[in-house]
Ligand binder design. Structure first.
Ligand SMILES: Nc1ncnc2c1ncn2[C@@H]1O[C@H](COP(=O)(O)OP(=O)(O)OP(=O)(O)O)[C@@H](O)[C@H]1O
Length: 766
């Protein structure tokens, strides 16, 4: 090895060389952005280089720029200030890049074939001509050609982003997201306004602010103030709007918390609000400030509900429905009570209605009866779809009703590719007023529908179309913004039937009996001899966790499978929070074992046999929905993609075999799912539910949290903790304080519709 003669430490060094060995990290991961490597430079000089690099592999040719540093332990090294990976121009380099793990859809065989066909400068040709130049190559196929081009352009663009913005603190993870959002424009967009980074869910205002500071953006820049407003608005979880005064206070707190130079004032925020509303990013509706989309959803939902409430339905005589009800009762050996029958009449005489009722009051029985009668009344010309807002809830509806049930996302073709040319639009439903549904709808678990889902569903229903929404207003509200079911009820404009007779084994089931006690604000029976509701008293979080684990162990010994048991906690942190309970339950149920393969993705570690849950987004195309649960069957490469070398998770998701790539796992945020929050459990059920209940969870000790967890249990509910905490939860019936304006809007729109119709009638008289 040649030795470098006494380098000048201060001068900038520029070198071209080949990466001989990567010393850190090992292995290199797709999101690695700090590396230490040995570069073989000119005349075989070997130099240790360190700094922010990404997408770099051994044997890669690199142009680097940096300065010498003397590391106490490792001696002279170059600390990088810049680097570039030139587009490969030799056959070997092109094959190495194409067959490396960063390029999707291309193995060594295909890589060779591509380079032989397109020449040594194949990469340059592909980047210039796009996927079309790969179509004629045998065995590549259109799908893989697109994947190759997409991953090549991501690779070069991410490197370019890091090269230009890495010095300010933009990481590889951010660069990948920036690439997906802005493609080749990412660098100029961020250079012009670094606060655009807050559009990435992973970047908070503070992180963008510190990057902007390094880029010397002034503290009183309007961009900064506008970004702070949008950021604060997005942080108000569950609300549709916020009061202007509250917003200004919160924005100023954020902006001024570490401001040394100038303190921003109310007028700065007012002027940024003005610009944002002119740019159509927010809506100022009197004193209410909305993110534009939420305002739009609230108005659309209100308008559509009003239209449906005030329009007349297809006329089917009451006598005909009465006849069908009698037939249904005889065939199914059931006597539907008066309210249940009223619900059926209302469904067939109105375009929109709400069916509510507590657990076991026969809501599903009504859904089943309506679905049967619908077939008799509209034998050929119309169809009825049963659906629910989440995968979990639609599975449950299918199980309990016996009818096929879909997610609302699938019904609306949300983010699905209809033709090969169509771009996938993951955040948009393809069904809307221009392309409406042909079927009528029953949507169960409507309390889980947020304002976006509600407006998207309603706008897809054509004139004369029908919808029945079903739910229990005492369950938790939706995770996303809005309180749609509550607001529809409060508007008092939508026809509602409320079922109040309890059928489900109320006499034998302590779960049902206690659920009603909670609903009514009465203390539950904790000492029952009945075996389906068990309360185990424990004084603190540590002993509660131990007892929960002991229960899980006992249940497994009794023959329950891990997926039959759901540990629900109201909170994420702490000894009895979801994170700790998840880790401890996993260590018990599926401990590390040399024979069980593991896969690390970022900070997450998956193991064969693990129960997993999806925590983010929905994809109709991939049949993946927030809340999807399953188990890992194997860790292997994709069985349906022989060219792919990358390992992923072969899973059983609700009885279907699905291969999850590393990308899927990150994009849809899969984690182990031995314990989940009560909020996340909405709409789902498990044979046994175990839940801690402790006074130090006081913020989350509410009546509807307790009720939601209890009503998830099919066979057994185990509460572990303090009696005092149970009493606190039952007492805490704080009304839902979500800031929404839907019920007022519905009333207003109904008034306007009635006025229009009145004018129409009067107009036709003269
Ligand atoms: N009119 C009725 N006569 C007799 N049994 C009934 C009647 N209505 C419903 N049931 C029975 O009561 C039980 C609970 O009914 P169902 O599942 O429809 O309630 P639900 O309101 O949908 O409950 P949940 O919201 O908890 O899912 C079922 O076993 C059902 O068959």
């Amino acid at each position: 090895m040649a030795v470098l003669s006494s380098p000048q430490k201060t001068e900038t060094v520029r070198l071209k060389g080949t990466i001989k060995k990567i010393l850190f990290p090992r292995p290199v991961k797709p999101d690695t952005d700090f590396m230490i490597a040995i570069l073989a430079g000119p005349s075989d000089i070997e130099i240790t280089i360190k700094g922010k690099m990404c997408g770099v592999h051994e044997k890669d040719e690199l142009l680097i720029e940096g300065h010498w540093v003397n590391d106490k332990k490792h001696g002279l090294q170059i600390e990088l200030s810049g680097w570039e990976k030139p587009v490969p121009t030799t056959k070997a380099q092109a094959i190495t890049l194409l067959s490396s793990s960063i390029i999707k859809g291309c193995g060594p065989k295909t890589a060779n074939l591509i380079v032989e066909t397109l020449g040594d400068n194949a990469i340059e040709v592909i980047m210039r001509d796009g996927a079309a130049c790969l179509f004629p190559i045998k065995g590549v196929g259109k799908k893989n050609a697109t994947r190759i081009v997409e991953s090549l352009s991501e690779n070069f663009n991410v490197q370019n982003i890091i090269k230009n913005l890495g010095q300010y603190g933009v990481t590889v993870k951010m660069a990948i997201k920036l690439h997906h959002l802005y493609k080749g424009n990412a660098v100029p967009v961020i250079q012009a306004n670094p606060y655009e980074l807050t559009n990435l869910s992973m970047v908070g205002f503070d992180a963008a602010d510190s990057i902007a500071k390094k880029m010397e953006i002034s503290e009183d820049s309007s961009f900064r103030c506008q970004a702070a407003i949008l950021y604060v608005l997005r942080q108000y979880e569950g609300h549709c709007y916020t009061e202007k005064g509250d917003l200004i206070t919160d924005v100023l707190n954020l902006l001024n918390k570490r401001s040394l130079v100038k303190t921003l004032g109310k007028e700065d925020v007012e002027s940024a609000l003005y610009f944002l509303s002119k740019a159509s990013k927010i809506v100022i509706d009197f004193n209410r400030i909305y993110l534009k989309a939420l305002y739009h959803h609230e108005c659309t939902a209100a308008r559509k509900i009003a239209e449906m409430v005030t329009s007349s339905a297809v006329n089917i005589s009451k006598a005909r429905i009465a006849h069908e009800i009698v037939k249904y009762q005889t065939q199914n050996r059931i006597i539907l009570n008066a309210k249940q029958q009223e619900a059926i009449y209302t469904f067939f005489s109105k375009n929109i209605m709400i069916l509510t009722g507590g657990p076991g009051t026969g809501k599903t029985a009504v859904i089943k009866a309506i679905a049967h009668i619908y077939r008799q009344v509209f034998p050929n010309d119309k169809e009825l779809i049963l659906c629910a807002p989440t995968g979990r809830a639609s599975q449950n509806l299918h199980k309990t009703s016996g009818f096929g049930a879909k997610t609302v996302h699938r019904v609306l073709n949300w983010g699905i590719k209809t033709t090969a040319e169509n771009e996938i639009t993951p955040d948009k439903a393809l069904k809307d007023e221009l392309n409406p549904l042909e079927e009528d709808l029953i949507v169960d678990e409507w309390s889980m529908a947020d304002i976006e889902l509600a407006s998207s569903t309603l706008r897809a229903i054509p004139k004369g179309g029908k919808v029945l929404v079903v739910g229990d207003p005492d369950q938790l509200p939706s995770v996303g913004p809005g309180a749609v079911l509550r607001d529809m009820i409060n508007s008092q404009c939508v026809h509602r039937v409320h079922l109040d007779e309890v059928y489900r084994q109320a006499k034998n089931s302590q779960i049902t009996e206690n659920a009603y006690r909670v609903k009514e604000g009465r203390m539950i029976d904790l000492d029952s001899s009945r075996k389906d509701f068990i309360f185990i008293e424990r004084p603190d979080a540590a002993s509660t966790q131990q007892m929960i684990l002991a229960c899980v162990k006992r249940l497994l010994e009794k023959g329950y499978r891990p997926e039959d048991i759901l540990v629900l906690s109201p909170i994420k942190k702490g000894t009895a929070g979801v994170e700790a309970l998840n880790d401890a339950t996993r260590a018990l149920v599926n401990p590390a074992d040399r024979r069980k393969k593991e896969l690390a993705i970022g900070s997450k570690l998956f193991r064969v046999g693990d129960v997993i849950i999806q925590n983010q987004r929905n994809s109709v195309a991939k049949n993946l929905y927030n809340g999807t649960m399953g188990t890992i069957k194997a860790i292997c490469s994709n069985p349906d993609d022989p060219e792919s070398k990358e390992e992923g998770l072969l899973c059983d998701l609700w009885g279907e075999e699905v291969f999850l790539t590393r990308e899927d796992i990150t994009e849809f945020d899969f984690t182990t799912g031995y314990s989940i929050t009560i909020h996340k459990s909405q709409g789902g059920q498990a044979k046994v539910v175990i839940s801690p209940i402790l006074t130090n969870h006081f913020i989350m000790l509410t009546r509807n949290n307790l009720l939601t967890s209890m009503t998830r249990a099919e066979e057994m509910m185990i509460l572990v903790g303090q009696k005092k905490a149970v009493a606190m939860a039952i007492k805490n019936d704080t009304p839902n304080l979500r800031r929404t304006y839907l019920s007022e809007r519905i009333r207003k729109c109904v008034g306007e519709e009635q006025e229009k119709q009145h004018k129409g009638v009067v107009g036709s008289l003269f």
